[in-house]
Ligand binder design. Structure first.
Ligand code: SAM
Length: 327
């Protein structure tokens, strides 16, 4: 069996790699302060990422997800995919994107060896898209979904953060898309990672989203087969081609099955999304550390993994915002 165990006996076999802190959108729940962006030199080079992945593979990591910021604003991500896909023992490379640029790069990413994409999309309405993201790129996102499907970056996963009185009236429209398309439409609870004016009263729980869907579209049947290594629970509507997934970090804490750690664009190993504990691996790489040292740093990072998050207790957003971590 792959992976290595942390102190709570969770098997870690998955790493999320952020390749940039830059994003071409400004989503209200993700970006808060105008924090200065990293300089070119601060960001890990692709060869450095490859070396870190080599160490991760030694520890048993088998799945990788490329993220950002918006990963596709960094030039030539397919070159990184190509470097990683050719590494022995990596069996899954996927990418999370907001879809504004994917339609341009889908083909070369697929050819480089990318398996699937998650596309983040919170509304199907043009004006609302502008309100949520600060940008007018909905058409490009639709083109990207189509391109991903055509080119075979499948199953295409659509990630929708549900927010009260912002887009919760679109839950049915999103769910309906899973009927005639073979997509995984996934609903995500909003986490209070930025200080929104409304606090976290925009949270809509997975239980509530499920109830809304079942009331209009029929009973959701649990699905046993899923693709991916994430925490989503999958269901299918009657006669649907695709599936519906639910990710409930707030009301259905899944830290006890957490299988991952994160590498930030500036070269920090981050064991938990919601805690600021990090280990600097970039300095070690740039001062000539060998693979054994990198493996040891990863073990140390795993030791820092917390038992569970504090979202339902005394939680205040940490030093880093979501775009700096990669989700
Ligand atoms: N730009 C890429 C994208 O849009 O998918 C990758 C980075 S983005 C930070 C990764 C995911 O985190 C997106 O699906 C986004 O919706 C989600 N996200 C950001 N802030 C969130 C929050 N406060 N609660 C829940 N999900 C959040």
């Amino acid at each position: 069996m792959s992976g290595f165990l942390d102190i709570y006996h969770r098997r870690i076999d998955y790493m999320r790699i952020s390749v940039t802190d830059r994003c071409d959108l400004n989503c209200i729940y993700c970006t808060e302060k105008a924090v200065p962006r990293l300089s070119h030199d601060d960001i890990l080079r692709y060869e450095e990422i490859q070396k870190i992945v080599q160490a991760a593979v030694r520890l048993g990591v088998r799945g990788l997800r490329i993220t950002g910021g918006e990963p596709l604003v960094r030039p030539n991500v397919s070159a990184l995919v190509n470097l990683l896909v050719n590494m022995k023992d990596i069996d899954d490379i996927t990418l999370t994107t907001n879809g504004t640029l994917l339609y341009k790069y889908a083909k070369e990413l697929k050819e480089a060896g990318l398996k699937r994409v998650n596309i983040s999309l919170d509304t199907l309405k043009k004006e609302r898209y502008k309100e949520i993201t600060g940008s007018d790129r909905l058409g490009e996102v639709f083109s990207s979904i189509e391109a991903a499907q055509e080119i075979g970056l499948t199953p295409v996963k659509i990630n929708t953060v549900v927010m009260r009185e912002m887009n919760d009236d679109e839950v049915i429209d999103f769910a309906r898309m899973s009927i005639s398309n073979s997509w995984n439409v996934r609903f995500i609870e909003m986490m209070p990672l930025v200080h929104m004016k409304s606090g976290n009263n925009k949270l809509v729980s997975v239980a509530e989203i499920k109830a809304v869907i079942e009331k209009s579209l029929g009973i959701l049947q649990p699905c046993l087969t899923t693709s991916g290594r994430g925490p989503a629970k999958y269901y299918r509507l009657p006669h649907a081609e695709g599936t519906i997934g639910f990710i409930g970090p707030v009301t259905e804490c899944f830290c006890n099955t957490c299988n991952r750690f994160r590498l930030t664009a500036d070269g920090r190993l981050r064991p938990c999304l919601l805690e600021d504990d990090e280990i600097d691996i970039k300095t070690s790489i740039r001062t000539g550390a060998n693979i054994d040292t990198l493996v040891e740093l990863m073990r140390q990072a795993a030791l820092l993994k917390r038992k569970g998050h504090r979202l339902n207790g005394e939680y205040t957003p940490g030093q880093r915002q979501m775009w700096q971590i990669g989700g």
